[in-house]
Design a protein around this ligand. Sequence first.
Ligand code: ADP
Ligand code: GN1
Ligand code: MG
Length: 355
Amino acid sequence: MNTITQEQLNAAANAFQFGGECISLSWNTDGHINDTVVCTFREGDHERRYILQRINTQIMGDPGKLMGNIVRVTTFLKKKILEQGGDPDRETLTVIPARDGKAYFTDGQGSSWRAYDFIEDTICYDRPDQPDHFYQSALAFGRFQNLLADFPVETLSETIPGFHDTANRYRQFSKAVEEDAAGRKHLVRPEIEFLTVRAAYTKSFDDRADIPARVTHNDTKLSNVLFDEATGKALCVIDLDTVMPGLALHDFGDAIRFGASTAAEDEPDLSKVSFDKKMYDLYRKGYLEECGERLTSREIELLPMGAKVITYEQALRFLADYLNGDIYYKTCRPEQNLDRARTQIKLLAEMEKMI
Ligand code: ADP
Ligand code: GN1
Ligand code: MG
């Protein structure tokens, strides 16, 4: 995506139904995909913050379809949260419309933007500081699954086609290996070999008997949950770009590969990276407490395979991006995608022995 100019950012900040006058804009660099800015607006004595995001339309395609999904899902969630006595303003995202009433704004440079209410007094964790954080995130994603169980799946657009189609990810990886666009293939032969001999993971869920399509989040890493600063509990599931029909096994697996590791996703020192079976068990417990009754016994039986398949898929995706020259994930150093791929490979090798 192109660099954002100050003028472009100011125009976007003024395109939404935020009250008052913009007094500050600051970048949030937690995510790997969108450009996120925290905007503070003042009206009289009152200050209010918003999240302004330039949508990565190279990845997400049509912003109308994407925001249509997010508006439908958050409206549905708000109703459910209210019925259960929760706080719909804090327990799910609130889309702020553009001045013309649309759920997104397209600027003069062709970039599309959206805005959310900033959920105050929350913390976003990159790593679980303590096991309870991970358990809390399991409750949040389990609850998310539960609340959306009777959402009409057919009304959702597939924002990123083939997102967790592991066979498709394998084809993209093979193409990246073949093309070797960044001339890095010779540096990663053992990693390519590790992933190639495990291609059977692409077929793990081919038999869909008792593995129903559900409304899933598809990007369930810990940093996509906001925690309430006051209570320490998981409060709100965010980053709804990939909410689509999908498999609960993928949601479970994605959370595990990120949180049941002893190190960060991009840790360069592999001696620090291990699969933490206790954290796996803790997440499984929390997830099943919230949505176990919704899952089939086949799904519950396949949870360990969900973790392995998504860890494998993520290794394919990171290594493909490294080979392609870092064109998908945001990076802040040249080897970052390679480090990310290597942590996933190490985790998968350990998972294969432990679950
Ligand atoms: P990306 O798709 O790039 O990962 P996210 O939607 O996850 O973008 O947002 C990036 C970060 O912005 C989050 O990790 C979180 O720190 C912060 N954030 C996003 N939405 C909100 C919100 N409504 N309130 C407070 N912080 C938010
Ligand atoms: C991206 O947007 P973010 O940073 O939460 C990616 C996920 C990957 C993750 C790896 C739309 O998530 O699929 O699992 O990076 N999101 C998209 O950290 O590709
Ligand atoms: Mg995110």
